[in-house]
Design a binder for this molecule. Structure first.
Ligand code: FAD
Ligand code: FES
Length: 282
C-alpha cells in the first residue's frame, strides 16, 4: 500500500500528489512512469513520475481528471492509501551529451517535461520550454518551469494568458528565427505531438515524442499499447514511451486512444454522480 503524503489541486482539472513509494523513488530516472491501481477493483492506469525524492522515498505525480480512475484519485486525501504503484516502468529519456534542447508540453504534459528539464538544466544544457494550454485557468507550474529553463514560452489557445495561439506556432517562429536545437522532446495530447512532428520535420531536428497509448499491464504482454513506428510494431510500455516523432504512425495512435471513449465517458459520469454532480468534477 502506498500512502498519499501531500496533495494539491493545481486547478480544477489537475492535481499534484506526493506518494510514499520507496522502490520507485529509489531508481526512477527522467522520462519513466508508474502504473497505479487505486484498490483491488480498480483498473490499472499509467502516470509519469514527475519527480522523486530518494531520501524521503517519495515520488510525485501530476494528473488530469480525465475519467473514472483519475477522478477517483483526485478525491483521495492525504493519509489515504493507493493499492498499487508499480514502477519505474519504461525507458528513461536519453539525454546524454545534449547541449541545447527544446521541450514542448501540452496541458498536463508540461508537468511530464519538468523532470527532463531539471536533469538537462543540472547537466548545464540550455533548455527552452514551450508550454501550451487551452486557457489561463489551466496554466500550471509556470514558476517551476521558469526555474529550470533558459527560455520559457507559454501560449493559450484563446489568448487569455501569455501569447495567443498554439504552441506549435511559437515553436515554428523560434525555429525560423534560426535557433538550433540538438533535440526536441514533446509530451502532451497525441494530436499536439503529431503537429510538433510536422513542424520540426522541415528543420531536420531529431524530435522525440513520449506516447500516451492505452496501457493495461505495462509489461509488453497484453498488446494494449501497440504503436507503429517506422513501419514496425512497438509497445509503448517496454520499447518507449519515447519514440522518433517523425516515424510514429500518428493517425493509428489517435484512432487507438479513442477506441474506448464511449465506455470511459459513461464510467466518468458515474463518478460525477457519486460525487453529487458533474460541476464538482471539473
Ligand atoms: C506512459 C504514460 C504516461 C502518462 N502520464 C500521465 C500523467 O503524468 N498525467 C496525466 O494526467 N495523464 C498521463 N497519462 C494518461 C493517463 O494514463 C490517462 O489520462 C488515464 O489512464 C485516464 O484514466 P481514467 O480512468 O481517469 O480515464 P478514462 O475515462 O479511462 O480515459 C480517459 C482518456 O485517458 C486515456 N486512457 C484511458 N485509459 C488509459 C490507460 N490505461 N492508459 C493510457 N491512457 C489511457 C484515453 O485517451 C482516454 O480517452 C499517461 C499515459 C501514458 C501511456
Ligand atoms: S501495456 Fe500491455 S503491452 Fe504495453
Amino acid at each position: 500500500m502506498y500512502r498519499i503524503l501531500r496533495k494539491r489541486h493545481l486547478n480544477d482539472l489537475i492535481t499534484w500528489m506526493e506518494i510514499e513509494a520507496p522502490l520507485a523513488a529509489g531508481s526512477t530516472k527522467a522520462g519513466q512512469f508508474a502504473i497505479l491501481r487505486l484498490d483491488e477493483f480498480g483498473e490499472r492506469f499509467p502516470l509519469t513520475i514527475c519527480g522523486y525524492d530518494r531520501a524521503e522515498r517519495t515520488i510525485t505525480i501530476v494528473f488530469q481528471h480525465a475519467g473514472k480512475s483519475t477522478k477517483m484519485l483526485s478525491l483521495m486525501e492525504e493519509g489515504d492509501y493507493i493499492s498499487d504503484v508499480v514502477g519505474p516502468l519504461g525507458n528513461p529519456s536519453k539525454l546524454d551529451g545534449l547541449k541545447c534542447v527544446a521541450l514542448v508540453g501540452g496541458g498536463v504534459g508540461c508537468a511530464d517535461t519538468y523532470p527532463i528539464a531539471l536533469e538537462l538544466h543540472e547537466s548545464g544544457a540550455e533548455v527552452d520550454m514551450y508550454a501550451g494550454f487551452r486557457n489561463k485557468d489551466i496554466v500550471i507550474l509556470e514558476d517551476e518551469m521558469r526555474a529550470v529553463s533558459t527560455n520559457l514560452y507559454i501560449t493559450t489557445d484563446d489568448g487569455s494568458y501569455a501569447e495567443k495561439g498554439f504552441i506549435t506556432d511559437k515553436l515554428k517562429v523560434v525555429l525560423e528565427s534560426g535557433r538550433k536545437y540538438d533535440r526536441i522532446i514533446t509530451i502532451g495530447p497525441a494530436i499536439m505531438m503529431k503537429y510538433v512532428a510536422e513542424t520540426t520535420k522541415p528543420f531536420g531536428i531529431k524530435t522525440v515524442a513520449a506516447l500516451n497509448s492505452i496501457m493495461v499491464d505495462g509489461t509488453g504482454m497484453c498488446g494494449g499499447c501497440r504503436v507503429t513506428v517506422g513501419g514496425e510494431i512497438k509497445f509503448t510500455c517496454v520499447n518507449g514511451p519515447e519514440f522518433d516523432a517523425h516515424l510514429v504512425d500518428w493517425d493509428e495512435l489517435l484512432l487507438r486512444t479513442g477506441f474506448y471513449r464511449d465506455k470511459e465517458e459513461e464510467e466518468a459520469e458515474n463518478i460525477c454522480r457519486l460525487k453529487g454532480g458533474v460541476r464538482s468534477c471539473h
